[in-house]
Design a protein around this ligand. Sequence first.
Ligand code: SF4
Ligand code: SF4
Length: 421
Amino acid sequence: MDLASKIRHEAGRCVSCGLCLPHCPTYRQMRTENESPRGRIALMRAIAGGDLPVTARLESHLSLCLTCRSCENVCPANVRYGQLIDTARALIETRRPRPRVQGLLRRLLMDQLLARPRNLRLLARVLRFYQVSGLQRVARVTHLPSLLRLEQWEAQLPPLSRQVPWQQHYPAQAPRRGRVGLLTGCISGIVDHDTLTATIRVLTTIGFDVHVPSRQVCCGALHQHGGEPKKAAALMRRNIEAFGAAELDAIVSTASGCAATLAEYGVYLPDDAGARVFSAKAREVSDFLTGTDWPTTVHCAPLPIRVAVHDPCTLTNVLHANDEPYRLLQRIPALELRPLPENNLCCGAAGVYFLTHSQMAQDLRAPKLASLAQWAPDAVVTTNIGCALHLAQGIRTINPDIKIVHPVILIAKQLQVAGGS
Ligand code: SF4
Ligand code: SF4
């Protein structure tokens, strides 16, 4: 089926009931039909049928969608909105050439960085040098990032740690109960070493061998949701080959956005039997850790702090595993857990959305920051690196004492092995 036929087929399931509207973050902000799921479906149907040309204005309504899939989660007609918007964006890519500079920048980001781990690691080293050499301080004092119109990107940059190569194999430190693969991820791999290290520590402590394939690449989410399904499929196939899922008990990701994509490889590559095997084994790390028995010798020490829990959309609407971080953290005695208010609504991070649609992203984040300012917890936990970066930038402006971490970091920190260290 071609792209237009796919859209017509899926959009045809929408009965225009409007039940999804109150669940859509952009509709709640804008209160216009064109920024609602139902309105967007009507626009996609019109583009696919050739009733509307693809103009910049029309494209803006579809690009303002966060792909949070709240609408899909509540739709009584089971419209697969996520697949629909991906297909519509792919169709737009074929019909509306981008301005030259924008196209070049996009090629640089998507083809030369995200799809090439070596280039990404090199960029990480350059950015770390920028941070630790004092260049960042000079640039900020002289307002260089805003002169280059890069202030939004520069402000999101977390302190980068030294890029230490991963071993391909980390052996179990307890009686062996299985073998898992670990996706390091494109962004997580360079900005979230601590979470990946904590994950390896917890998994090996409870008895899993951890396999980190050196030939793995980005999960493909940014290409898939950015209108480039063929390039996304190429990345997915490389991962399927690199991991060898048949030999593993699970393929674990620390970022729920990546885990959601891995879990849908079988949907994106319907004719690939290997993709179905791969998807069936894909798990977000909290979900994996709560679904497996731990040795009786392994415990967590008490930690009397107050923690707000953020539920990423991918964990709620795609993986349906949003209870798992709470269940995992309940292993730590004395921890006070509270859901972040409005957890059912996207925080605005949504892949690179917080960089490309910064105003909407900040508006969606604002109520969460207001409740954090009021409660002032010691930490916020989230299982998605994009959400962590976006929330952290806002949290720095209201209360820099609030830490933002992945739940597995708290677990690794409190881990105790009876008769061991
Ligand atoms: S809930 Fe489903 S069927 Fe109803 S308007 Fe939204 S997408 Fe269409
Ligand atoms: S994916 Fe999210 S932002 Fe997009 S239409 Fe659905 S609810 Fe709205």
